[in-house]
Design a protein around this ligand. Structure first.
Ligand SMILES: NC(=O)c1ccc[n+]([C@@H]2O[C@H](COP(=O)([O-])OP(=O)(O)OC[C@H]3O[C@@H](n4cnc5c(N)ncnc54)[C@H](O)[C@@H]3O)[C@@H](O)[C@H]2O)c1
Length: 347
């Protein structure tokens, strides 16, 4: 097995690489990344890329067909990867997340790649009150980021040939990583609790958000790189997470406060209702991937974050304006003249 992981140097990538290396000791693993966050290591004693046979540096927008020759699987993680970044870089978000993904998949199909795995998102459900959303329910993406994910999924369904394509509609990520980020709800709450002993919930606490730990995302990717067409169809869009991990934001805050004694919670009862609220049905993933189901409970994720942040001697009250927020890192590259507004490195 020879796997190319594109966008491997972010938050999720290091965990994916480690899981694939552990599960497939004889596999050849290569990474490809534009290294926006390569320097943002969080307490890792060794470079997470040590598991790879090769690390390529480059922009996914410039990948050519010949670069995909010989791979059995391609995992596409590279993206402008959250709503605030998507709104700051709307045009680039479509170019990287959607246009480059679809071209990449076309090239991969031509090059004879057997499995293509795309990191999609449950945020495609957007505004979704009522019953947990199933894969065939209507989508209602609210943000440029979510629109780029559903746009990619839709175009991927047009790719002919035999390549098995899996779009994993991931729940919101959480948990410790070698390149931790704190711009995610659970990670933010743990960081608030450790630095201030106070969690400020920016909504009224009622929105629903399904969560998945990065370790479980890696397990799901391991399933998808080996998936056969007779297990779910040649092209599959699948909710990836577990039913037990649909949480209301206020319950996440309570669980974190319980884990960090002395933490108080401030809920903004006057906040406008957060439109990004949805519960998701993960039955299909349970049925098709019984051996790759999420293992991490909410408390496991919280515990991992607490231990990881303590190892980093984390205490920054101002972390929401620190390099642990991806948008801050990109903006600082732009301010220093190293990166253009279209997220291309200066020569
Ligand atoms: N974190 C979540 O909650 C979540 C949930 C669902 C899906 N996803 C998706 O999973 C994937 C990985 O997420 P993450 O949290 O690790 O994101 P991240 O921003 O931490 O990492 C993305 C990586 O892609 C690279 N990259 C971005 N643009 C690139 C380009 N033009 N060329 C080459 N490399 C480029 C970055 O350098 C970075 O290493 C993304 O596609 C994201 O949308 C994330």
């Amino acid at each position: 097995m020879k796997i190319l992981i594109i966008g491997n140097m972010g938050y999720i990538g290091p965990t994916v690489v480690r899981e694939l290396a552990y599960q497939h000791p004889n596999a050849v693993l290569h990474g490809y990344d534009n290294a926006y966050f390569a320097h943002c290591l969080t307490g890792s004693k060794c470079l997470p890329e040590r598991y790879l046979e090769k690390q390529f540096f480059g922009d996914v927008r410039n990948i050519s067909e010949d670069m995909l020759e010989g791979y059995s699987a391609v995992v596409q993680l590279a993206a402008v990867s959250n709503d605030p970044m998507g709104s700051r870089f709307a045009k680039v978000t479509k170019e990287i997340n959607q246009d480059a993904t679809v071209l990449l998949a076309k090239y991969a199909a031509k090059a004879g790649v057997k499995n293509f795995v795309f990191a999609s998102s449950c945020s495609v459900y957007g505004v979704a009150s009522g019953a947990p959303r199933k894969e065939n329910d209507p989508v209602a993406p609210v943000t440029d980021y979510a629109k780029s994910k559903i746009g990619s999924e839709n175009s991927l369904t047009d790719i002919d040939g035999e390549m098995v394509i899996t779009s994993l509609r991931f729940a919101t990520a959480c948990g410790m990583s070698d390149r931790l980020r704190l711009d995610l709800v659970l990670n933010d709450f743990v960081a608030c609790a450790l630095s201030q002993r106070k969690i400020t919930v920016l909504s009224d606490g009622t929105p629903w958000r399904p969560l998945i730990d990065v370790a479980d995302m890696a397990r799901a990717i391991d399933w998808a790189v080996q998936r056969k067409a007779n297990n779910g169809g040649r092209i599959l869009n699948i909710n990836t997470g577990s039913n037990e991990r649909n949480h209301q934001v206020r319950d996440l805050a309570s669980a974190v406060a319980d884990a960090v004694p002395g933490t108080t919670i401030s809920i903004n009862t006057d906040a406008a209702v957060d439109s990004r609220s949805y519960q998701v049905d993960f039955d299909l993933f349970a049925k098709l991937a019984p051996n790759h189901q999420p293992q991490m409970s909410l408390l496991d994720s919280i515990d991992g974050l607490i231990k990881g942040l303590r190892r980093m001697q984390f205490s920054d009250v101002e972390f929401r304006t620190s390099p642990l927020m991806r948008l801050r890192v990109l903006q600082s590259h732009i301010d220093s003249g190293d990166l253009s507004e279209s997220l291309e490195w200066s020569k």
